[in-house]
Design a protein around this ligand. Structure first.
Ligand code: ADP
Length: 488
């Protein structure tokens, strides 16, 4: 507590120290439960905010796949309540268990309910289905009932509720709750049933949240502008334009304690970069041993001077660009000398196409598709690959390119959203503009040329490593936004 006091946020205008209390509501928190970048953000931003003196607690569903032992979840509930829910005037009960983000003091409250909140959500069902909508509508209502109960008993009560994406945006629409910040991590998921063709007349959870949240932000400045246009607005550009004055962009950071090539828990001592190597800007040994180890573990030929490219992410064309990637690979792999590793899961038809490519004679010793979610392999790929491909159609922020740079892998990205804000063409990575396999192929050709250029390649790697993607700056911007909300 005393430590928090020392780090307390001084509201200079009022000239007093105040500990704002924030409830951070989200559907995933790394490493406790992670599907993608949202999990990374929720597992790191709150730690940075706590470091700045914010009294922050996280609300997360208690999915059955969460490892109780590993994450030291409380044996018994720390709270429980019942509330009217569903048809026939029924009641549902919720028990709250507690843990912390590993390596921090940030409390994570796990909302347990067997009917709605235990079922595991996977990367393969990332899109919205009627099931996930029911799950998260329930979670949102449970948060509200829990909060209202707290108000009456004057226990810990937040000044601000920080909502993330459609899953919890419904909370903002309840009039009696505190002020809210709604962060859009990805506008293309809105809490409408993707399988129902009658999209117009369906309730849209994100729209409800956008209308009512006190302030709204998204995860890069470019994406904050993009989403006010028809091209990227996903039919919500109207409401976003209306709320233009309340909408800002704050770039995500990455957790430097997790994504740290000097202390990476998934890399053995010999595979980590040393302090000396980092200071001397010598990445060769680090990259070479990791490339060897990666190739060996994936049964690729262990050749030191062949460029290794990789893709890590959801296997779908709507955002991640898997269609143009597949086209480019079909063209390039048979005739060009490089290796390619893909790690990801997603839509079965696109996974099948990748499996087919991996079974071709012409690609056998060059291409690996790991169709799973594998945190350890992801770390080893960042460390061992020379280039990471991110051919996204759109990208609100994107973390893969930042992690890649930290591990001296050069990102090759389409210049959109957060990718455009974080990768400097020809300096820290390679960028291309048009969304087409041709452009991507041309970027790969530039990468191959760069790889064999020696000095230029090394300089680009070094510039990438030197970039600062820690949360320090962005967390302060969130605190400013919280203060703005408090004053409204
Ligand atoms: P998004 O949130 O849109 O999926 P981001 O670039 O913001 O994309 O973040 C993706 C995060 O998820 C990164 O930490 C990446 O390493 C991780 N990731 C994605 N797919 C996998 C996978 N199959 N196995 C392990 N990690 C993955």
């Amino acid at each position: 507590m005393r430590n928090q006091f020392r780090n307390g946020i001084v509201d200079r205008e009022r000239n007093k120290t105040h500990y704002m209390k924030v409830l951070y509501c989200v559907s995933e928190v790394a490493p406790i439960f992670k599907l993608g970048g949202l999990g990374d953000v929720a597992g790191s931003l709150p730690k940075a905010l706590a470091g700045l003196g914010v009294d922050i607690r996280i609300a997360l569903p208690f999915f059955s796949s969460i490892d109780r032992k590993r994450y030291a979840v409380s044996q018994k509930p720390v709270d429980s309540f019942r509330f009217p829910y569903g048809e026939n005037h029924g009641y549902e009960s919720v028990s709250l268990y507690q843990t912390k983000i590993p390596g921090s003091h940030v409390p994570v409250l796990l909302f347990a309910n067997a009917r709605y909140l235990s079922q595991y959500v996977s990367q393969r069902e990332y899109g919205t289905t009627i099931d996930t909508i029911a799950r998260f509508s329930f979670f949102s209502e449970a948060i509200v009932f829990w909060l209202l109960g707290h108000k009456q008993t004057s226990q810990w009560f937040p000044d601000i509720i920080h909502l993330n994406d459609w899953h919890v945006s419904l909370v903002a629409a309840v009039p009696s709750i505190p002020k809210t910040l709604l962060t859009i991590h990805n506008l293309s998921y809105q809490g409408i049933d993707a399988n129902n063709s009658n999209k117009k007349n369906q309730p849209n959870l994100l729209r409800l949240g956008l209308k009512s949240a006190t302030l709204v932000n998204t995860v890069s400045k470019t994406y904050a502008k993009d989403i006010q246009t028809k091209e990227f607005g996903e039919n919500l550009e109207g409401i976003l334009k209306q709320r233009k004055k309340d909408l800002t962009g704050i770039l995500n950071g990455i957790d430097y304690s997790v994504w740290n090539p000097m202390r990476d828990q998934y890399l053995n001592q010999e595979l980590r970069i040393t302090n000396y190597e980092l200071r001397q800007k010598k990445y060769d040994r680090f990259k070479t041993v990791n490339k060897y180890y990666l190739q060996k573990s994936l049964a690729l030929p262990t050749i030191a001077d062949i460029p290794v490219f990789a893709f890590i992410g959801r296997i779908e064309p709507q955002q991640k660009g898997i269609d143009i990637l597949i086209h480019a690979l079909e063209n390039l792999l048979p005739k060009t000398n490089f290796q390619m590793v893909i790690l990801g899961t997603g839509e079965p038809i696109w996974e099948d196409r990748l499996h087919k490519i991996s079974h071709l004679k012409s690609t056998r010793k060059k291409f690996v598709f790991a169709d799973r979610f594998d945190e350890a392999l992801a770390h080893r790929i960042y460390a061992g690959a020379d280039f990471i491909l991110i051919p996204s159609k759109f990208e609100p922020c994107g973390l893969v390119q930042m992690i890649a740079m930290r591990y001296a892998a050069i990102p090759i990205v389409r210049a959109t959203g957060g990718l455009a804000d974080t990768v400097k063409d020809k300096k820290t990575g390679l960028t291309f503009k048009d969304y087409s396999a041709k452009e991507l192929e041309a970027a790969v050709a530039r990468a191959l040329w760069l790889y064999f250029s020696g000095k230029k390649f090394e300089r680009m790697r070094q510039k990438g490593v030197e970039e600062d993607f820690s949360w320090e700056k962005s967390a302060k911007e969130y605190v400013k936004l919280y203060w703005k909300i408090m004053r409204l």
